[in-house]
Ligand binder design. Structure first.
Ligand SMILES: Cc1cc2nc3c(=O)[nH]c(=O)nc-3n(C[C@H](O)[C@H](O)[C@H](O)COP(=O)(O)OP(=O)(O)OC[C@H]3O[C@@H](n4cnc5c(N)ncnc54)[C@H](O)[C@@H]3O)c2cc1C
Length: 488
């Protein structure tokens, strides 16, 4: 391996974590970030003093190392916030996490009885191993619950039919949920059965961007070389080592020692010079992503609705989720008489939603906010649009094989480690993205041989935990419930 500085590709949570840790260890490193700001998918956008996330970012983790790092960086600025969220379903707002009384009131006893019968039928009839999301959910919860609660939202989020989504996605996100547990938890309410991490979460006072901006400042203060506005344009290699990292926009080139890359797997393959074999390039081009557009609206009135966010299952509106940033942290909104809400539209880069004019999107968001009953249109004063490419790696039928093909070839480059979310094409949250970077730094500097691909590989992504495992939980103020029917 060369003796040059560590090259860090990308300045999202993973890349910044690597840069911050290396700066603390006084190891020379150069970070290349394409954007002018840090934070990647987890950044906070600021417009006219209003701060908003691309999609609200809760900070929760089961990793004590990651939590210690968050607290080290932000100290008292890391707030513990209460969670309130509901599901907009058939014109009604259902508490989420679920509570039985609320479900009976809003879904109705007759419908609940039909769901129970369909659930009983599914559990009595052993199903063959599920290949698709639809089969997986139907086998566990019954067809009726699948149709009522899972289909429309999942298809909004992923833009493909649930029969086309791999069962792994369901297994990763909702593996720990059984209907029995959810119902028991909703009934028990004393919280002893299952505590949901999501009743409270950590959140920086000024949004997630505050975490990344503070890490950036500390990295630079300790002498770290961070090059913003510097997209990596080529990775030269000799078949066993990356020998040069080259960036656009006059950011220069370096001959790296170790390379820690949080760039999407497909991007890395495209940047390799000379290119890898055709099969690897084809696998990289075949990886798919779900993209997304956030429309932030400034609305007159400080108390529009109490939720941090609302999941919108109703198929007659296109919005998937609505964030209320004043509820995340009052410091996100600079004006006591206004609220800032973020409407999330899941889409594909280049499709009608993605390509629509900003003004048309602001208009759509304002009218859907009114249609859902959250705020009349005349209270919306202005809005901004942010387009977010590659927000979600898609687990389609071929993704596993494609990732294996790419991974096997990249492993021949001894100084390259892929980290993060799209870097591993895995549905990692910020905590696991950061943990992969921490492990990669150890490998690069301390001679460890952590398998980065093993971090979060068991897909343990449950937001449930037993009470004693949850370090920042206070006594529940809202009913304790099970992990349920929608994704975060
Ligand atoms: C809608 C949404 C909601 C989420 N909610 C949560 C949540 O509540 N809690 C949570 O913990 N996580 C959440 N996440 C996940 C979290 O955002 C990611 O885990 C995290 O941002 C991944 O960090 P990363 O550094 O791996 O990648 P990214 O954040 O994607 O950062 C990669 C960086 O690489 C840069 N880059 C790309 N190409 C180049 C290039 N050629 N040269 C240089 N730089 C380049 C990009 O500009 C970007 O800054 C959410 C994600 C989304 C999309």
């Amino acid at each position: 391996m060369g003796s040059g500085p560590v090259a860090i590709l990308g300045g999202g949570p993973a890349g910044l974590t690597a840069a911050y840790q290396l700066a603390k260890r006084e190891q020379p490193a150069v970070l290349f970030e394409a954007d002018e700001t840090v934070g990647g998918l987890a950044r906070t956008v600021v417009r006219d003093g209003y701060r908003f996330d691309l999609g609200g970012h809760r900070f929760f983790t089961k990793s004590s190392e990651v939590e210690a790092l968050w607290r080290e960086v932000l100290g008292e600025e890391l707030l513990t916030r209460p969670r309130l969220s509901r599901i907009r379903w058939r014109g009604r707002f259902i508490d989420y996490p679920l509570s039985v009384g609320d479900l009976v009131r809003k879904v109705g006893p007759a419908e609940l009885a039909r769901c129970a019968a369909s659930y009983a039928a599914a559990t009595l009839r052993p199903a063959p191993e599920a290949q698709s999301f639809e089969d997986w959910v139907t086998a566990r919860f019954g067809r009726r619950l699948f149709e009522l609660f899972f289909r429309s939202y999942t298809e909004k989020v992923w833009g493909v039919e649930t029969s086309e989504l791999r069962a792994e996605w369901a297994a990763q996100r909702i593996r720990e949920l059984s209907l029995g547990r959810a119902v028991r938890a909703a009934v028990l309410r004393d919280g002893r059965e299952v505590h949901s991490l999501i009743e409270e979460f950590l959140y920086p006072r000024l949004g997630p961007g505050q975490m990344w901006e503070t890490m950036l400042a500390e990295t630079v203060r300790r002498g770290g070389d961070v090059r913003l506005g510097s997209p990596v344009s080529a990775l030269r290699h000799d078949g066993t080592l990356v020998t040069e990292v080259r960036a656009e926009a006059g950011a220069g080139a370096i001959e790296p020692g170790p390379v820690i890359s949080s760039l999407p797997l497909g991007t890395v393959v495209e940047l390799l010079d000379p290119p890898p074999p055709a099969a690897v390039v084809a696998a990289a081009r075949g990886l798919r992503y779900r993209d997304f557009v956030t429309v932030a609206l400034v609305v007159r009135g400080a108390d529009l609705f109490p939720d941090n966010w609302v999941y919108v299952h109703d198929p007659e509106v296109r919005v998937g989720r609505i964030q209320n940033f004043r509820s995340w942290s009052p410091w996100m909104v600079p004006d006591d008489e206004r609220t800032c809400v973020g409407l999330e539209y899941f889409c594909f880069e280049g499709d009608g939603t993605w390509s629509a004019d900003d003004s048309a999107l602001v208009d759509l968001a304002a009218s859907e906010l009114e249609r859902i009953g959250l705020a009349p249109r005349h209270l919306v004063e202005r809005g901004w649009v942010v387009r977010v490419p590659k927000a979600y790696p898609i687990y389609d039928v071929d993704y596993g094989e494609r990732v294996s093909t790419i991974r096997a070839w990249l492993e021949g480059l001894e100084n390259l480690q892929q980290v993060g979310r799209n870097g591993l094409h895995r549905y990692n949250n910020a905590d696991h993205s950061m943990l992969t970077a921490m492990r990669a730094v150890d490998n690069a500097c301390a001679g460890t041989r952590h398998d980065i691909w093993a971090v979060n590989a068991e897909s343990v992504y449950h937001e449930e935990t037993r009470a004693e495992e949850h370090p920042y939980r206070r006594a529940p103020e809202t009913p304790a419930t099970g992990r349920a029917l929608t994704n975060g």
